[in-house]
Design a protein around this ligand. Sequence first.
Ligand SMILES: [Fe+2]
Ligand SMILES: [Fe+2]
Length: 239
Amino acid sequence: MSAPATRIDNIGGSLYRIHTPLPPAVLPGGFSFNQYLLVDDSPLLFHAGPRGLFEAVAAAIATVMPLEKLRYVAFCHVEADECGALNDFLAAAPEAQALCSQVAAMTSMNDLADRPPRALADGEVLELGAHRVQWLDAPHVPHGWENGFLFEQTTRTLFCGDLFTQPGAEHPPLVEGGIFEASEAMRAAMDYYAHGANTRPLLERLAALAPQTLACMHGSAFRGDGGAELQRLAAALTG
Ligand SMILES: [Fe+2]
Ligand SMILES: [Fe+2]
């Protein structure tokens, strides 16, 4: 990942999307990695990103706020694009902590993270200042026993990780349609879902939150009726 073309865009209020396209020459078909920065009294980064992107993501954050003020580095499950650069951020920001599920802490982060993680129980709410985030356990949806999502209640933003993964390298920061179709095309070629027994009820629980922004890890973020998009996804996966 040499000289990544990382950019940062405000996508509403205090929320920023950091986007790194990987062109087809780097990854066949092209792909992209996003991190989301929520600026508040306790600033939160959702997804650390891969280790190889740390310098680029850190530089993007530094254009908006001092990197050393970062307080939480949250992620859905334990994979390189979710938390590969976690320890680099913990080193750069002395108060920063990993924020993850209790299962993630137990199985991985109590060992992998250079400082103890903050593990959230299902439904637990964490105040960041003007914003508050709620942790929602979602084991195996789309994958990983330890998987879960964060919902920011004041802006109705669901940090939805790998849900609605869109292929290709270049994506606008925020769109109002097309993420379901793009991610289903991707899933037809590369199905990254575990298809567990709880897939449908867990997606319907997310839909019931009525998110207005879906902060996707790969591709564009979405603004609109996030609940309807999640219901379409649930039907496609289990219908
Ligand atoms: Fe993943
Ligand atoms: Fe991912």
